[in-house]
Design a binder for this molecule. Structure first.
Ligand code: MRU
Length: 325
């Protein structure tokens, strides 16, 4: 299934808000449509929002809009994933170098999309080579095909492990409140017939204590030069647990997720989202109207808790240098 499809100068996005119950698509015709699809989580996941923004800027070039204003519009759509910034800057560079040529902009967006899939496949091979016998993996959020151009980062490694008969099963954290694990990761694993079990977020410690988990692999939204890593809220709790139980904790991410302009995770902007995503489930309120809610989208796992970074260039360790990506 193509979840990000460029056709006749429009971008057709699989609506990830409706999965797994409904397979529906949203058609974006303007950069503004793309910015709201990103903000409203029609499309989500660090590499996927970068790719989507790149197509938005191709649209901007085609319709001869104010390119810099559209760059800003897209940059403002979500703050944490650095892939968005990276893709906007690459498109801006292309715009300048090719004298605003819209064909070049479309070709650049298509390349960003294609290269992301290629990086994920390489990451899958590097990740699978870390394990010599069949393992059970825990993952958090969705770092699969849906969160990327295709194949996935953490889930790409899991796909490669499965392909090389080195996977027993996957534990999938449901990932409150947006339920990327229960709705999206489980959907992808079920489609690929990969053995898995969805667990509540507060069950991870139980299964680690029972020695049922051999390693944790998650994706990332932004990695600082010292290895501090922002990913979906709850990732840091899992890393602390893994550390306590002596279980290896890996991040799988392409070069486009590294932000070497920042020295530590303290500088990563953390998104806060609206009340309703926490206070409502399936349109039903589960929190008293008078109770305020705090909804932090991401947390930062200290680099010291991360066993290794599975990247498209191999398994790396901090500190990361400018020339490493
Ligand atoms: O809020 P989301 O769903 O965009 O958050 C996504 C994550 O945190 C993913 O784990 C991360 O982007 C890695 S995607 C390959």
């Amino acid at each position: 299934m193509e979840h990000i499809k460029w056709k006749d100068n429009e971008l057709i996005l699989l609506d990830q808000r409706k999965l797994p119950q409904e397979i529906t698509f949203v058609t974006c015709k303007t950069p503004g449509d793309i910015a709201s699809a990103i903000r409203n989580m029609v499309v989500r996941g660090a590499p996927a929002i970068g790719i989507t923004a790149a197509y938005g800027l191709a649209m901007s070039g085609i319709s001869k809009r104010d390119f810099d204003a559209d760059c800003q519009l897209l940059l403002d759509s979500r703050p944490t994933a650095v892939n968005l910034q990276w893709a906007v800057e690459r498109m801006r560079d292309c715009y300048r170098k090719n004298h605003r040529n819209s064909k070049a902009l479309v070709a650049e967006a298509v390349s960003i999309h294609r290269e992301d899939i290629e990086m994920n496949r390489r990451m899958g091979d590097f990740g699978a080579s870390l394990f010599s016998k069949p393992v059970t993996i825990l993952t958090h959020c969705n770092a699969g095909a849906l969160a990327t151009g295709g194949y996935g980062t953490a889930l790409g490694v899991i796909r490669s492990l499965y392909g090389s008969q080195k996977l027993k099963k996957v534990f999938v954290d449901e990932t409150r409140p947006y339920l990327q694990g229960a709705r999206l990761t489980a959907f992808e694993l079920a489609e690929a017939r990969i053995p898995h079990r969805v667990i509540t977020d507060n069950s991870a410690g139980y299964f680690m204590q029972k020695r049922a988990i051999d390693a944790v692999i998650t994706g990332a939204d932004r990695i600082a030069a010292n290895g501090d890593t922002a990913n979906k809220i709850g990732t840091m709790m899992v890393a602390v647990l893994a550390n306590y139980f002596g279980i290896p904790f890996y991040i799988a991410a392409p070069g486009t997720t590294f932000d070497l302009s920042i020295t530590s995770g303290d500088e990563i902007p953390i998104e806060e989202r609206g009340r309703d995503e926490v206070a409502f489930i399936n349109g039903k309120s589960i929190v008293p109207d008078k109770s305020p809610v705090a909804h932090i989208g991401f947390d930062v796992t200290p680099g010291s808790l991360i066993t290794g970074f599975i990247t498209d260039r191999g398994v790396l360790h901090p500190p990361f240098q400018d020339n490493s990506h």
